[in-house]
Write a protein that binds this ligand. Structure first.
Ligand code: ASP
Length: 617
């Protein structure tokens, strides 16, 4: 039954060429790497790199038969077995090969993937094969894997088939993508039409490109959710790159970074967006504003030293003025008072003189002697410097809401171990650190690679979630970072951009679509349509990526703020309220002193009065 199907379901390349407007299903997967390798060795490939190497079914069956025998012979059980011996078998005699039964058993246990699908046996019979069903689209001249067939399960087709099978006016491309807001999002999982099922920047872009390059398309998401990295151990690519290498998709549209390793195995169009790697981090808490924040410009020690300097200078000027004869003068120069001289710099006046200068107000006391003038001059210079520094720093402290970020760039990250950091797993950001020759990035890679539990994330959402949970910095691409920072005010960018690259549309090597799509991208760039799409999806969309219907203007939910920016903001009572407190305390103290003075004076007057009364008696 299977054999019969095999015989009728296989078409030659020439048949394919004749079929201009039909869709055919065939058994062998022309893009099976094993078949490609065999085709190359048998020199069955054409010079057109776009066309797979095709072999006929008989050859494939023979190849699979050999594969079964080789794997039977190579099995470890067989090697270790001493039962099997080489014997000459004479066909004219009815004498069975002694080891035949054992060999038969080994063949029966073979389980292998051949050109005709999965090969297993039961009681000497091949189990129903799992046949891959490929679709040849005669318009696009492309093959697609569209399902499988088994005898017991029957035909199983992928859900994308119906739209492909429809005869197209334009070539129909199979587009692989990765769901990643705001580039590609699932907007309506049950819808059948692609541009209803998916939405996002890349979906809009794809639609614009398809109008210019004249093709229709069907989108599917990459099965392993990876963009694609090369694994040096298995020597295999995964993700979107794998899909293109296996020619399961015609193009890949998404936030797919162009890099050297990928460019070696697949093709990229001109970039439609430029970006670089940056650091996403949780916005630090703003410093609490305190009532006495006017004290902040100077450290506490400095305030204490200023107080000590004030006391010292006041006492020094008082003592020096007492010594200096030039500070002693007649209080009433027009009246000859004989030897009665007076010194203005009493202890209280000395303190008054020093504080007047410190407060930049001066006083009516003027030193006359050279010694006291020197002290005055030095003190003025000291206050000039202190007050200017205080004023300058006060402006900075009170107008800027400074935030304390523990890290400021990639070097800071590399030099510490308290804050964890990582990238998206199996993406170009990860390979950037893995392959970098810069010492800092190598150090970061060694940390990321060895850290347990893993610091790599399976998706951007997971990265953002870990950042918001705290103590984690996510190294990601700046275009994506801008999107998250604008949507969530708790997130911020740290430092600049570590490298420079772009997103492009990927195609299998040698695809004719590369140039056509590149031209379309250039045209869309010149018409600013790509910029308009960027504004639409970055500035005008809600947190879940859907468009904000009430927002005709850009809806910047969280305007980007630079940490420590010098933008001035109005001072309010919490900033400088402390000065008012000081003023009120000063006034209260002055009233108390006044009451004390009044009481002392009254007491003194009372004593004088009593003394006088006593003297009259
Ligand atoms: N856009 C990236 C890629 O193409 C994903 C990433 O690593 O950030 O692999």
């Amino acid at each position: 039954m299977i054999d019969a199907d095999f015989q009728t379901s296989q078409f030659s390349d020439a048949d394919m060429e004749k079929l201009k407007s039909f869709t055919v299903l065939e058994v062998l997967d022309p893009y099976n790497p094993l078949q490609q390798e065999l085709g190359r060795r048998m020199e069955l490939c054409t010079s057109d790199v776009n066309k797979p190497c095709r072999i006929n079914l008989q050859t494939a069956m023979q190849f699979d038969a050999m594969l079964v025998i080789i794997s039977g012979l190579m099995s470890s059980h067989f090697e270790s077995s001493r039962d099997i011996t080489k014997e000459e078998v004479d066909c004219s005699q009815f004498k069975a090969w002694n080891s035949g039964a054992t060999f038969y058993n080994y063949l029966n246990s073979v389980k292998i993937k051949g050109l005709t699908g999965e090969i297993t046996f039961a009681n000497g019979q091949r189990n129903p094969a799992n046949l891959s069903i490929n679709l040849f689209n005669s318009v696009t001249r492309n093959y697609h894997s569209v399902g499988s067939w088994t005898e017991d399960m029957g035909l199983k087709l992928k859900p994308v088939i119906p739209s492909i099978i429809l005869t197209q006016d334009h070539p129909h491309l199979l587009v692989v993508t990765q769901v990643e807001p705001p580039y590609v999002m699932f907007s309506c999982p049950h819808c059948t039409v692609d541009h209803e099922r998916y939405s996002g920047f890349c979906i809009d872009l794809l639609q614009e490109i398809s109008k210019i390059a004249k093709f229709t398309y069907t989108i599917y998401t990459v099965p392993d959710n990876n963009y694609g990295v090369y694994n040096p151990v298995t020597k295999e690519w995964n993700g979107i790159v794998r899909e293109l290498l296996d020619r399961k998709a015609d193009i890949a549209v998404g936030s797919m970074t162009i890099n050297f390793a990928r460019e070696n195995v697949i093709d990229f169009t001109k970039p439609f967006m430029n970006l670089g790697i940056s650091i996403l981090f949780k916005r630090p808490e703003e410093r609490a504003v305190r009532l006495f924040s006017f004290m902040n410009p100077l450290a506490v020690d400095i305030w204490i030293y200023i107080l000590l300097a004030y006391i010292l200078v006041s006492i020094t000027i008082w003592i020096v003025a007492r010594f200096s004869p030039h500070e002693w003068s007649n209080p009433h120069p027009c009246v000859d008072t004989g030897c009665v001289v007076q010194n203005d710099f009493t202890l209280a006046n000395s303190f008054w003189f020093a504080i007047g200068t410190l407060m930049q107000q001066g006083s009516d006391l003027n030193p006359k002697a050279a010694s006291t003038r020197i002290i005055g001059g030095i003190w003025w210079f000291f206050t000039l410097i202190i007050i200017s520094s205080y004023t300058a720093n006060l402006a900075a402290f009170l107008t800027v809401q400074r935030m304390a970020t523990p890290i400021e760039n990639a070097e800071d990250l590399a030099d510490q171990s308290d804050i964890h950091y990582g990238t998206l797993a199996d993406g170009s950001t990860m390979t950037f650190f893995r392959d970098s020759k810069i010492e800092t990035y190598q150090k970061m890679w060694r940390y990321m690679e060895s850290k347990k539990p893993s610091v790599f994330t399976q998706s951007y959402e997971e990265g953002v979630r870990r950042v918001l949970e705290g103590n984690y910095a996510f190294l990601c691409e700046s275009a994506m970072l801008d999107y998250f920072v604008q949507k969530d005010c708790n997130l911020t960018q740290i430092g600049g951009i570590l490298d420079s690259k772009g997103y492009g549309i990927a195609t299998p090597k040698g695809s004719k679509w590369r140039d056509r799509i590149s031209q379309a991208i250039l045209l869309l760039q010149e018409k600013s349509i790509i910029q308009m799409l960027y504004d639409k999806w970055w500035k005008n969309s809600l947190v879940d990526g859907t468009l904000d219907p009430d927002s005709p203007t850009p809806n910047l939910k969280c305007p980007k703020k630079d940490l420590g920016s010098s933008k001035a903001s109005a001072l309010n009572v919490v900033n400088i309220g402390g000065v008012f407190v000081v003023l009120l305390c000063g006034l209260a103290f002055a009233i108390l002193v006044a009451i004390l003075e009044f009481m002392l004076k009254s007491k003194k007057m009372k004593i004088i009065k009593i003394t006088r009364q006593l003297s009259y008696q």
